[in-house]
Write a protein of this length. Structure first.
Length: 307
């Protein structure tokens, strides 16, 4: 197996998916939003993740959005969500990503049947990777036990890495378990661990992690990048100051489901009704939630001033 992981380190937004009037992905709006994220401080983008409502989209819609992303965005800065309960759907999506020239994919474990064993998850990834026959593939595990019911531990990660080498390139850890996250930062050679929330951005960098892949970077990417750049330059005081504001902003945004909340904030900030649309089971926020939206916008504005 040849090559190294070339996905950038730093700040990744788990990109929202704008929807048209029929609740299908709006490709033009998607490109406008994702290009703005790259301009506003993101080192890369995770497309078709849980924040992008990928598991509520059809397979054809996901395949079409992969094509749009590959044609309109820098492919070496993209991480495509290709996980699916049906392993053959995951294979189809992963092959499409590879064919489009995007070699980094973010893969949830199959998330319906519970409990499942490490052996079962290993078999899933063995079939997925074995069916692609492309040494350029870089798989990033997606650890989100709250939603999937399964947590990736060190024994399984090491087993996968021994079998597939650099193809098991890293992980997005959305477990919220800092001690587990810390212990996995150096679990395997060249294994890049990204925190699933910017609350742990500075902490993960201190432990040798790669950065963050986070939903709320749809709105906080500039402040996330301030933390990363201050850490990278060795300005500890600035990094801690930015991180404190970043953590405060993230906590303010965790009061409501992040997809409806962020779309409501973007609707308020942009005036664009496209952000009122989301797929079930998500529903728009109620009038009673508007105070949270206002508080989050205040926190975001304070973060801009800090940065």
């Amino acid at each position: 197996m040849t090559g190294k992981n070339t996905l950038p380190k730093g700040v990744f937004a788990a990109a929202l998916t704008p929807l048209d009037g029929s609740l299908a992905p709006d490709h033009d709006a998607f490109l406008r939003h994702t290009r703005a994220l790259l301009e506003d401080g993101c080192d890369g983008l995770a497309v078709l993740g849980s924040t992008g409502e990928a598991n509520s989209l059809t397979l054809d819609q996901r395949l079409s959005l992969i094509e749009t992303a590959a044609a309109g965005l820098p492919r070496n800065r993209l991480l495509i969500g290709t996980g699916a309960c049906a392993v053959d759907d995951a294979i189809t999506l992963t092959r499409a990503s590879l064919a489009a020239g995007i070699f980094s994919v973010l893969v949830l474990p199959p998330f319906f049947y519970k409990p499942v064993s490490d052996d079962g998850i290993f078999a899933y990834f063995e079939r997925l990777i074995g069916s692609t026959a492309d040494d350029r593939l870089r798989v990033f595990l997606y650890n989100f036990p709250k939603l999937t019911g399964f947590a990736f531990g060190a024994p399984l990660i090491k087993r996968l890495h021994r079998r597939f080498g650099p193809m098991i390139a890293g992980m997005k850890d959305s477990s919220g378990d800092w001690e587990s996250m810390r212990s996995l930062c150096n679990v395997a050679p060249e294994f890049a661990l990204y925190a699933g929330t910017e609350r742990y951005l500075l902490d993960i960098l201190d432990q040798g992690g790669a950065g963050c892949i986070t939903a709320t970077a749809n709105l906080t990417s500039g402040l996330c990048q301030s933390v990363y750049q201050a850490w990278h330059s060795g300005d500890r005081a600035a990094a801690e100051r930015y991180q404190a504001q970043l953590s405060e902003t993230r906590l303010a945004m965790q009061q409501l489901p992040l997809v409806p909340l962020q779309k409501a904030i973007l609707r308020r900030l942009s005036g664009d009704d496209i952000w009122t649309r989301m797929l079930p089971p998500f529903t728009p926020l109620t009038d009673a939630d508007e105070v949270v939206v206002s508080n989050c916008i205040e926190a975001l504005n304070a973060g801009v001033e800090t940065a």
